[in-house]
Design a protein around this ligand. Sequence first.
Ligand code: XMP
Length: 325
Amino acid sequence: MNNVRPESMARITTTELANAFIDEQVKEVREQVGDKKVLLALSGGVDSSVVAALLIKAIGKQLVCVHVNHGLMRKGESEAVIEVFRNQLDANLIYVDATDRFLGLLEGVSEPEKKRKIIGGEFIKVFDEEASKLEGISFLAQGTIYPDILESDGVKAHHNVGGLPEDMQFELVEPIKLLYKDEVRVVGKALGLPVSMVDRQPFPGPGLGVRCLGAITRDRLHALREADAILREEFDLAGLNLKVWQYFIAVPDVKSVGVKNDKRYEGWPAIIRAVNTTDAMSATIEEIPYELLHKITARITAEVEGINRVLYDLTPKPVGTIEWE
Ligand code: XMP
């Protein structure tokens, strides 16, 4: 399969078309791989999850998935990867909790680009170490999709933390490289992946590292993760998960004075970002009912240690980017 999508290839919009694609890919992957082993960095994002499910169907335990938890995942995310892939799909999954390594290296580092470099570099190191412990791996699977090929050389280097070392001597397996994102989701659903995984919002490779602004500390990261979980829960309950393209919390390294239980309470603000966009190049602000904003504010300030204010970011892109970094 080369890197150009044939004009004759129909857009995959239905389960039937997805099943036909899956059958064809299962056959192709089996032919390519034979009885050899394949390694995959499984982030839990849509693309790598769909590749994993497809390859499990094609070659079962010959696929070795490595999930690196860099400590910057959202609440429950690594647990969901383990539940779906190890427990439900019986995948050969290696789970690496590298939280301490990442947070240790990030200690005291406040510059956004430096933080990204540290996270990306350490990810490669951890993955490489795991790979070198394994024997008989001949192939590397990647969740490259068609927009990645159109936008770059086909290797998700800068955007995904999973940009892998160039000296890895593996042949690539890229079963979804001719698919657009909407088709990846249809295929993922046909493969039986949970909707929460297939319809997942875009999430930066460096994860909460770009939302815990400035130098990351464990207590502020914890507060961010808990506040973000509350926001997601409340948006789901209100049906806004279907209306808003991306929403999350950012927590800056700033404290203000507040009052909690009749005592002075210094805390960080939790900033809500909720945007709509089609291509992430520009974004508009969703109208969130005030009632819901009040409810989210009440819950976050009551339930999350360290947060004493909740703010709503009304800035469209441009001028503001979607992430705060
Ligand atoms: P900005 O902040 O530039 O973000 O307006 C545009 C979109 O890109 C997402 N984003 C990333 N996605 N890896 C990704 O896969 C990254 O490193 C990354 N950084 C930003 C961001 O969440 C938004 O949807």
